[in-house]
Design a binder for this molecule. Structure first.
Ligand code: MG
Length: 255
């Protein structure tokens, strides 16, 4: 018992001494010693609203056919078969996915999407307004009409398909425009091709947090368990799932 008490006393003396030392060091410091000026933080001009591209963004689609043809291709590298009208681009069933010509790793993405206004009462679950946005060609952020339309929770709008359900269902009615704002951190691989750090994502849908810094388990799989395979930068890919889903105002900032 005496030994324990002695130990406690010694620890208290050591702690008090360290505290006095810290206080003495702090007294020698000036405020400017922890103020850093260089390099100066880069100036970026924001858009007129958070929806609009800031000055350092790459605009991937501005509503025109020229912008679509310049920045996007189908999976064969040809001009996309999707239709452009009223400042948006719409999936044309059977023409396949479209992908950005530029490739990306880490980024901030803004994209707006709209499920078809006309809802076939026969179409349910995954059959209603299905499309998707693939990060680096592999990781699908689901686009689906889940307004009054249930499906498996890790396959609904705002999910990373079959990996992470959205935190909430914040879907608007079919026919209304919705937004996704995504902060994407690419996975890192070691030289031998094995995984070093998994991909991470934060997503806001219509301004509401639906994915909070989740760690992807691997590329999206329809059947089976995801498994990472080393890769570099990749395109942004928009899915043709047979439903006439529309997109507009797509911009990205490399991080
Ligand atoms: Mg999909």
């Amino acid at each position: 018992m005496k030994k324990i008490l002695l130990g406690v006393c010694i620890l208290s003396v050591v702690a008090a001494h360290a505290q006095n030392q810290n206080a003495a060091e702090l007294a020698k410091m000036k405020p400017e010693m922890t103020e850093f000026w260089d390099p100066e933080v880069k100036v970026v001009t924001p858009g007129e609203s958070p929806m609009q591209a800031p000055s350092d963004a790459i605009v991937l689609f501005d509503g025109t056919n020229e912008s679509l043809v310049q920045n996007w291709a189908n999976s064969k590298g040809e001009a996309p078969g999707w239709s452009v009208a009223d400042n948006c681009v719409t999936v044309v069933k059977g023409t396949g996915t479209i992908q950005s010509k530029a490739q990306f790793e880490d980024y901030q993405l803004h994209i707006e999407w709209r499920s078809p206004a006309e809802v076939n009462p026969e179409s349910k679950s995954q059959g209603r307004g299905n499309s998707g946005i693939f990060m680096q060609e592999r990781y699908e952020l689901q686009v689906l009409d889940n307004y009054d339309n249930r499906t498996y929770r890790n396959g609904q709008a705002g999910s990373f398909y079959k990996q992470y359900a959205p935190l909430v269902n914040v879907c608007k009615k079919p026919g209304e425009w919705q937004t996704y704002d995504v902060i994407w951190t690419a996975p890192r691989f070691k030289e031998d091709g094995t995984l070093f750090l998994p991909a991470r994502a934060t997503v806001l849908q219509n301004g509401v947090l639906v994915q909070n810094n989740v760690m992807l388990l691997g590329p999206t799989e329809y059947i089976g368990i995801p498994k990472y395979k080393a890769h570099g930068a990749g395109s942004l890919v928009l899915q043709d799932h047979g439903n006439p889903v529309s997109y507009r105002n797509i911009w990205i900032r490399k991080l």
